[in-house]
Design a protein around this ligand. Structure first.
Ligand code: NAP
Length: 519
């Protein structure tokens, strides 16, 4: 007998929370214990029974859990191997497990289209009398034929139709979101794209028409590729608040998975009560990104490697600073759809220095490097009236930059003859490696040393600078200041600088802890 209260299928979607957390375990006790911890913050769970070696034996433990947590809504899923799950049993035993799980108190059961197509209608009907039925379909390769798939699924009476595809481009999210918007009013749909590129649909799908979305309990326990933790969906992306008025921003790059930008920008939006969400967008081509910017629409993007220069021809206008630097790291999409480019890297360099030095006017500053970030530094500092020297491994780009910005070139042997107010490392030398340094200790003669690298937080260059008595400015300050300027451009509000720095330092520390633990 089903001990759950009588169920009214058509009311359930209205009462369901937006996030369903998938719970896995190696045995029923472990799964239930994890659920006990999760249930405090998550009243909507999915028990992945197919992860258990003997799902049929889990029922007493599930029943006990449901009796102690009557307010919790649980989906029972026992996905077969052939449908992308782990259950090796027959369809009859899958249905048997799901029926028993419903009797134990799981209010929803998930059956794949592949299973449904091999069942007798009365088998599905019987299951449906015990729990609300989610008919699901997963495409592990692509996002295509969503309408045809739904059409096929509608032949089977169900309470929810769940279609999960795979995003291989950002534009696949547009396909999913348009589908949800089109069909979400007529059917109880759950839809999202798997894969790293599916993040847009995971966050914005719920406002388009997906009744809910799925999340993992913790990092490392994803039950589908690209799944985000429930904590991240709630705390970083604030999914419970995403609505039609929510503005969408993102950072675009390739790769992008380790970007700290979503943490810092979403924290700033939260602190300043801006109804906006900021996503990590893995674009393999600019064409793909621009489709999303137009169609989602995305209101602003942070641009990172390898698109800072390549995006310039796609912009309708750029500020003079961006034109001079020849690289854009910030795009604003105006109401008329036009794209405007800015470069906030110069603010990322100038602002930390202005906080420490009374003035940059006349300050003698050495910039090591002549790439994109060095160009932002040199132009930004020259605008403030600094006396700028450039040192670069290759002569030609340094000469070109010195000529364009009216800065000076310096050769390495001449370093010992000069004292600087600031030395800035604008090369990747020392990144992820604490032994490399762009200068040796006896070449560092400055009041401040500033490393643009922020991983590791303290580079060898900064350590040597400290030993030489200089004050150090870590790269994370540049990162936070350039992000703060982006926030100001997009919102017109002063950036919550302290909060942004606090959050990004925490994220960096967590990342370091994770990589230490993994070693
Ligand atoms: P980029 O355009 O590729 O320029 C790299 C520069 O570093 C070039 O001048 C290059 O010299 C030099 N370089 C590269 N490898 C070198 C080596 N082994 N020895 C000596 N010089 C070397 O890169 P970018 O965009 O300017 O970025 C530079 C650094 O700044 C990166 O570490 C990046 O992560 C960091 N950055 C940090 C922030 C932040 O927010 N903290 C923002 C932007 C950039 P050649 O001309 O000889 O090739």
């Amino acid at each position: 007998m089903n001990s759950a209260p009588p169920y009214a299928p058509r009311l359930l979607p209205l009462r369901l929370p937006r996030v369903c957390v998938a719970v896995i375990g190696s045995d029923p006790n472990e799964m239930a214990e994890k659920a006990e911890l999760l249930v405090l913050d998550n009243p909507f769970l999915e028990f992945r029974l197919d992860y258990l070696s003997k799902p049929g034996l889990a029922m007493p433990r599930i029943k006990r859990f449901m009796e102690t947590h009557p307010g919790t809504v649980v989906i029972a899923t026992c996905r077969r191997l052939a449908s992308g799950g782990k259950f090796r049993g027959s369809i009859a035993s899958q249905l048997d497990v799901l029926g028993k799980a419903a009797a134990a108190g799981c209010r929803l059961v998930d059956v794949e289209l592949q299973t449904a197509s091999k069942c007798k209608p009365e088998q599905l009907q019987k299951l449906r009398t015990r729990g609300a039925l989610i008919l699901s379909f997963h495409d592990f390769r692509a996002t295509k034929k969503l309408d045809e798939t739904l059409e096929k699924m509608l032949a089977y009476p169900a309470d929810f139709y769940k279609i999960v595809s795979t995003a291989t481009t950002l534009a696949d999210n547009v396909t999913m979101i348009k589908f949800l918007a089109r069909e979400g009013d007529r059917h109880s749909l759950v839809g999202m794209c798997m894969g790293e590129q599916g993040i847009i649909s995971r966050v914005l799908g719920v406002r388009a028409g997906s009744v809910f979305t799925f999340a993992s309990a913790i990092a490392g326990e994803e039950t589908a590729p690209g799944q985000v933790t429930a904590q991240e969906l709630r705390n970083v992306y604030r999914i419970e608040r995403v609505d039609v008025a929510t503005r969408v921003y993102g950072v675009v790059g390739d790769p992008i998975a380790h970007s700290l930008s979503p943490a810092i920008m979403n924290a700033a939006f939260r602190r300043e009560n801006v109804n906006a969400v900021y996503l990590a967008l893995h674009a393999k081509t600019l064409k793909d990104l621009l489709t999303c910017v137009r169609e989602i629409p995305i209101h602003g993007i942070s641009v990172t490697m390898p698109y800072k220069e390549a995006i310039l021809p796609h912009l309708d206008n750029t500020d003079s600073h961006t034109t001079k630097i020849g690289a854009c790291n910030t795009v604003v999409r105006a109401q008329d759809g036009k794209l405007y480019g800015f470069n906030t890297d110069a603010s990322g360099i100038v602002r930390p220095l202005e906080r420490r030095l009374n003035t940059l006017e006349g300050a003698r500053i050495l910039v090591i490097g002549a790439g994109g970030a060095a160009r932002a530094a040199v132009f930004g500092l020259k605008e403030r009236g600094s006396e700028v020297y450039i040192l670069n491994r290759t002569a030609a780009p340094a000469k070109k930059l010195a000529h364009q910005a009216r800065a000076r070139i310096i050769k390495r042997p001449d370093l010992k003859k000069l004292a600087f107010d600031v030395i800035i490392n604008a090369t990747p030398v020392g990144m992820g490696n604490t032994r490399e340094t762009p200068l040796q200790e006896n070449e560092i003669n400055a009041r401040y040393v500033f490393d643009m690298i922020y991983d590791p937080a303290e580079t060898r260059f900064l350590k040597l600078g400290k030993e030489r008595g200089a004050q150090v400015i870590p790269g994370i300050e540049m990162f936070a200041h350039q992000a703060a300027r982006q926030f100001e451009i997009w919102t017109g509000k002063p950036a919550p600088w302290d909060e942004m720095l606090r959050v990004v330092l925490l994220a960096l520390q967590e990342r370091t802890n994770r990589s230490v633990a993994a070693k």
